[in-house]
Design a protein around this ligand. Structure first.
Ligand code: URA
Length: 428
């Protein structure tokens, strides 16, 4: 086989066979196919798309390029969860302990943030002492002992994706539905859980900017999961504004703690409870929204979070006593007019938080765990001129808070008519 023929066939809109796909991915992972040929193939996929059988072949070929996690010694249906990326997305931090508090085991590998999106692993590392790297044995044992572990993705899981994702990142080939679907699902399949909840975000802060694309991505991933015997459900969720009221590592941990203590915004609590209901049902447990919310108010979910942090060497008491750390600088921005918030652009807010120090522009950037954004008004909220809209907290002396505030203000729309949005747009 020759890579040039595979590229040419894809370029000309012909289907690529399973044997060709497997050969290509296997040899790419071994370093025998150069990046320039893979990049040409990815761009051909952008223009020609892929048939469902090709996407399934690609996904399974990618799974085969790394280690697969064996969770079979943990009793019960293990349920995984994955978000396609968002701004202020702290769902895993609340949802995982909440689900585990009902006895459904959660063995989850999460990622780091890049660009405007944050990563659960970075947020957890803002907890003093918390270890995100565990051996597979320790990971499995912890889930057996306490029903929950959230760790960083192991290096030898889906090697081809690591290479291909880095290549796509620099060749304008990230936002291609078949490549996103195979990238995410190969990692989920290799991670070993029997059931998967996918949070497919849509809106300015997400990869998918419109509902039609989000639906196609969601359906593609659900079909991929179900085809290999993983019960898979996708929830399309609104990411036109940041999730919750904070963006930034420690800020989001503190907000998650507040929700786990029965506080936080009611809409965030309710959204997480709805996701928990789906995840629990994938794990064979039926609970009402009220029963689920009770585990946020009675300390059951908080206790699971505490157990997980302590099992991974984190200092829970420090977190409880000092949820956030003061930064050297802060700037509160007030509303220039009265009305209702109808837009609070998640992409702009994500970029602002990144530049404040909370995120990375490139992989090697160091994070400021305490920097970020506090949001006081969200879409649907009423504001009166002079009300605080948001606060930027930061430590970098060269951060231009005046300019950044103006850019954010320009991306917030205040109108006369109230609009309502629902976090869950549809379930697929
Ligand atoms: N997240 C992934 O893991 N892969 C993609 O391709 C896009 C988002």
């Amino acid at each position: 086989m020759r890579m040039v023929d595979i590229i040419q066939n894809k370029r000309d809109g012909k289907e690529v066979s399973k044997a060709e796909t497997t050969w290509m991915i296997d040899n790419y992972a071994k370093g025998e196919i150069p990046d320039y040929q893979m990049a040409a193939w990815a761009m051909a996929v952008y223009f020609q798309g892929m048939a469902m059988t090709e996407i399934a072949d690609l996904t399974m070929a990618m799974v085969e390029t790394g280690h697969q996690i064996d969770l079979s010694t943990i009793p019960g249906i293990k349920v995984d969860k994955h978000s396609t990326g968002g701004v202020g997305d702290k769902v895993t931090l609340i949802l995982a302990p909440l689900v585990a508090s009902f006895g459904v085991p959660v063995a989850k590998m999460s990622g780091r943030g890049l660009g405007h999106t944050g990563g659960t692993i970075d947020k957890l590392e803002s907890i003093h002492g918390y270890q995100v790297e565990r051996t597979q044995e320790a990971f499995v044992q912890q889930v057996k002992d306490i029903g929950i572990s959230v760790i960083g993705q192991s290096d030898d899981l889906v090697k081809a994706d690591k290479l291909l994702y880095a290549l796509r990142d620099v060749t304008a080939t990230v936002d291609i539905i078949p490549l996103i679907a195979s990238s995410i699902m190969s990692k989920k399949i290799a991670a070993g859980s029997g059931a998967i909840l996918l949070d497919v975000t849509v809106g300015s802060g997400a990869f998918m900017k419109n509902l039609d694309d989000a639906r196609i991505l969601a359906k593609t991933m659900v079909d991929l999961g179900n085809a290999v015997g993983r019960k898979t459900v996708a929830v399309v969720t609104d990411m036109r504004q940041p999730l919750g009221t904070t963006i930034g590592n420690r800020l989001e941990i503190a907000e998650s703690m507040a929700v786990l203590q029965g506080g936080g915004r009611p809409d965030l609590r309710h959204f997480i409870a709805e996701l928990a209901q789906i995840m629990l049902s994938l794990g064979g447990v039926t609970k009402s929204i009220d029963e689920i919310l009770t585990h946020l108010s009675n300390g059951a979910a908080l206790d699971k979070f505490k157990q997980m942090i302590e099992a991974q060497n984190g200092d829970f008491d420090d977190l409880l006593n000092t949820p956030t750390h003061e930064t050297a600088f802060s700037k509160v921005v007030l509303s220039p007019k009265s009305g209702y918030i109808t837009d609070f652009d998640a992409l702009v807010a994500g970029h602002l938080a990144m530049r404040s120090g909370a995120g990375r522009a490139v992989k090697s950037d160091r994070l400021d765990m305490d920097a970020g954004l506090r949001i006081f008004k969200k879409i649907g909220d009423q504001v009166v001129v002079g009300d605080p809209l948001f606060e930027i907290v930061y430590n970098k002396a060269d951060f231009d808070a005046e300019l950044e505030s103006q850019v954010m203000l320009d991306a917030i729309v205040i109108a006369d008519e109230k609009i309502e949005i629902k976090e869950i747009v549809e379930i697929i």
